[in-house]
Design a protein around this ligand. Sequence first.
Ligand code: HEC
Length: 144
Amino acid sequence: MKRLALLLFLAFPLLADAPEATIKYRSIVMKAMGAHMNAMSMVVKKQVSDRSRLPIDAEAMRNLSGGLPALFAKGTGPDVARTAAKPDVWQRWPELQAAAAKLERETLRLSQLAHGKDARAFDAQFEAVNAACTECHQQFRQQN
Ligand code: HEC
């Protein structure tokens, strides 16, 4: 029995994590991005006047948005576990990758503008980042 287990272990060294764990993990990463976006949005909406933390949030967004497709391992869709990710994620994988790449580009630009003096340009770019989130959600995330 032990030998069999060892054999299986050797045969499948890259056995995937539990789907629920991957789903929880991507939910945490998404919520982290949501927290940084919510913080910046209070500044962009001028509810908070201190703009000094914008570079911190923008840099965090740039880092967090890297490599998002890795959060969507095969076998972590709604056919397997509770998730708001649509089957489209895996059926239209190149589009998922494109949507993730777009967010990466927009957050890179945001982090560059965060170090500049042009508040208007930053605020406009913040909307572009927001749109990149929405675009992906409309295609790949189950509403409610
Ligand atoms: C490449 C596609 C994609 C991009 C880009 C994307 N998301 Fe998501 N997001 C998803 C998918 C798919 C889900 C559903 C995941 C699940 O339920 O397993 C999701 C879920 C979420 C959730 C809900 C998490 C939960 O479990 O309650 C939040 C919050 C969120 N995203 C925030 C953001 C923000 C903010 C951005 C932009 C900065 C963003 N997302 C960009 C695909 C994306």
